[in-house]
Write a protein that binds this ligand. Structure first.
Ligand SMILES: [Fe+2]
Length: 652
């Protein structure tokens, strides 16, 4: 039967050839019928050529075709049998034994040379690939960003193995891996689950897992079976631990990876695993440094500003930056009714259609168990259903929010607020231990800021009531000025708002405006209440009140900052004021504002010697004196404010 030949025991040359081929081709995989057919043709050619053609010519042709055959990976034993058969078929009838042996001998030489050529090519290719693998650390040196490294690594692996797609999945928790980078077509999926035999091979034995027909499914990508023919899975192993998996997908017609390609791919993935581990260590270190710096900055901010809103905004921004959440909202509890109100937010939830904002909510709108944990100082992780009191559901769904971490803000042993972090990362688990530690540190800072703010508010309230009591003392002495300080304060703060002064400046101005005429305590009542014009001497006496005021508050620690404003509230922009004759911008801005507010209020009130001026006249008076008595810019701002209010906002 054709193709089934038993070599005779005495057929020594054929046996030699068979032995040589067997040794040389042993490692080259399994037989291929097309390759065998082709080899038979070579042999026929060899034998034919042996009968007449030029020896060099057919030897070269034979060698080329033998190369092609060997590259295709035919089985040595079958090839040897085919050679003998072909030689026998081709030569026996005409040429006899001599021609047959000559043909076989030439075939052996040509095949041996072809083998050497292929070996050489393979060695070169192997050296090139090994060079690529060894050169991969240079790529690592160029980037320490794990996702970039993962993508570059997969590009390299894909090029090396001829796969259509190479994807890297990092270990997340037992049996679950998340996609980190892909080269080739689009990302195959985000979450990989590995179980059964696949897990045994990849995780326990640290071996390659080749997919075949009929095996129980063991790998799933986003819930869909992933271990399909044409896919190969390799573990990323660092210090005996499987830190991730690589999935190689080949063209269904491309056949399997041969032994050498597989061992190169394994060598590469091992290097890749170490490189990724190092990059991640580096990234973790960098993150720690960023967190530490951010926390230090937050502490510094808390110590340097009393503006709670500013601190909470910083807390929200920092939480989003450091924890990679979609949104952070700081809810503050109203001490009066116990409701929670958003004090600051940062993120993307409010940026969708309609731009929904976080809600205010009552404690009882939250799950009771959840509220109890928060009251006890325990953070709680809730799903989307447990968080709709915090945010409109539509915004949560629109941004794929899956869970919310609620961290209690405790000040003076009471729940004074909640730090809410909205997680929208698909496939990601709950925040890990390290991340929770960072959140706890941020929450501690926020709690401290709230505590400081409330302590400060208490102190400020008691200070301000002291100041108001002092201001009242002047009003007792000069009944015409009843309510003057309060109204001046209101005008001054309206101007300060329009000029966008910061909270600290506004507070200084508030104290100064309330106390600006405190020095009048030292002015004789008959002068203050005199219905007619003052004599020069009396006027000189009145002009001492800013200096007197300054000396009254000099010993009071918390009034040091408003002192210059009180001292200079009667300076004029043209330099003709008192007590120091300061000019233009040498006069503190708050004193220039106070001067306009003071004069305007005086014009709008009854005095012992005249009735209050109508609004139009008072405005005209300001306009007329802008640039001489008053700072023209302050006057412009104030007139714009009056226009905005459509009249006098204080004294209607
Ligand atoms: Fe005054």
């Amino acid at each position: 039967m054709r193709g089934e030949v038993t070599l005779g025991e005495n057929d020594t040359l054929a046996l030699c050839l068979r032995g040589a081929l067997e040794r040389a081709l042993k490692a080259r995989g399994c037989g291929d019928p097309a390759a065998l057919q082709s080899f038979c043709e070579i042999l026929a050619l060899a034998v034919d050529a042996g009968r007449g053609e030029g020896e060099g010519e057919w030897m070269a042709r034979l060698e080329d075709r033998a190369c092609a055959l060997i590259r295709s990976g035919a089985d040595g034993r079958e090839i040897a049998a085919a050679i003998a058969k072909a030689a026998e078929d081709a030569s026996a009838p005409q040429g006899g034994d001599a021609a047959r042996y000559q043909g076989l001998l030439h075939a052996q030489v040509a095949v041996t040379r072809a083998l050497e050529r292929v070996e050489g090519e393979k060695r070169e290719e192997l050296e090139r690939r090994l060079g690529e693998i060894d050169g991969f650390p240079d790529t690592i040196a160029a980037t320490l960003d794990p996702p970039t490294l993962a993508r570059m690594g997969m590009e390299k692996l894909r090029a090396m193995t001829g796969a259509v797609r190479a994807s890297l999945f990092r270990y997340q928790e037992r049996g679950i891996y998340a996609c980190d980078g892909t080269a080739g077509t689009e990302v195959p999926g985000s979450r990989m689950v590995v179980e059964g035999r696949a897990e045994e091979v990849l995780v326990r034995e640290k071996g390659a897992y080749e997919c075949g027909e009929g095996r129980e499914p063991g790998i799933f990508l986003d819930g869909v079976r992933a271990d399909l023919p044409g896919r190969l899975f390799l573990p990323l192993v660092v210090r005996g631990r499987t830190t991730g998996l690589v999935m190689l997908e080949r063209d269904p017609d491309g056949g399997r990876l041969d032994g050498e390609a597989l061992s190169l791919a394994r060598r590469f993935t091992n290097r890749m695993a170490v490189a990724l581990e190092n990059a991640e260590l580096h990234a973790r270190e960098q993150k720690k440094i960023r967190e530490t710096v951010a926390l230090l900055e937050l502490t510094r901010a808390i110590n340097s500003t009393l503006d709670l809103e500013e601190i909470l905004e910083r807390v929200a921004r920092m939480s989003v930056d450091l924890c990679g959440v979609t949104e952070c909202v700081v809810y503050l509890r109203d001490p009066e009714d116990g409701h929670f109100h958003p004090g600051a937010r940062y993120g993307f939830l409010g940026d969708g259609e309609g731009g929904s904002l976080p809600c205010s909510f009552r404690a009882r709108e939250m799950d009771r168990g959840c509220m109890r944990s928060l009251e006890e100082g325990e953070p709680v992780l809730v799903g989307i259903d447990g968080s709709t009191a915090l945010y409109p559901r539509q915004a949560l769904c629109e941004h794929g929010v899956e869970r919310v971490l609620l961290h209690p803000l405790i000040s003076r042993d009471r729940l004074t607020g909640i730090l809410a972090l909205f997680y929208a990362r698909r496939g990601a688990g709950a925040p890990g231990r390290e991340e929770r530690g960072v959140i706890a540190a941020i929450a501690a800072q926020a709690s401290m800021a709230i505590e400081n703010a409330s302590l400060y508010e208490d102190i400020e309230k008691s200070y301000f009531s002291t100041i108001k009591a002092l201001a009242k003392a002047i009003e007792v002495k000069d009944p015409y000025t009843h309510g003057h300080s309060e109204r001046v304060t209101e005008y001054a703060l309206i101007i300060a708002d329009a000029m966008r002064l910061d909270e600290r400046e506004k507070q200084k101005l508030k104290y100064a405006a309330t106390l600006h005429d405190i020095g009048k305590i030292g002015i004789a009542g008959r002068v203050l209440n005199k219905p007619g014009a003052l004599t020069e001497e009396e006027y000189s006496h009145v002009k001492t009140h800013p200096l007197l005021g300054d000396s009254i508050i000099e010993p009071v620690e918390f009034l040091q900052e408003p002192r210059p404003i009180i001292l200079h509230h009667h300076e004029r922009y043209d330099g003709n004021g008192y007590p120091d004759g300061l000019r233009g911008e040498d006069i503190p801005l708050c004193a220039r504002i106070l001067s306009v507010a003071d004069a305007f209020e005086a014009m709008r009130s009854d005095r012992p010697y005249r009735r209050a001026l109508p609004l139009e006249e008072a405005v005209e008076e300001l306009r007329r004196n802008a640039g001489t008595q008053f700072d023209p810019e302050v006057v412009d701002v104030f007139l714009a404010v009056l226009e905005h209010y459509g009249g006098d906002p204080v004294n209607r």
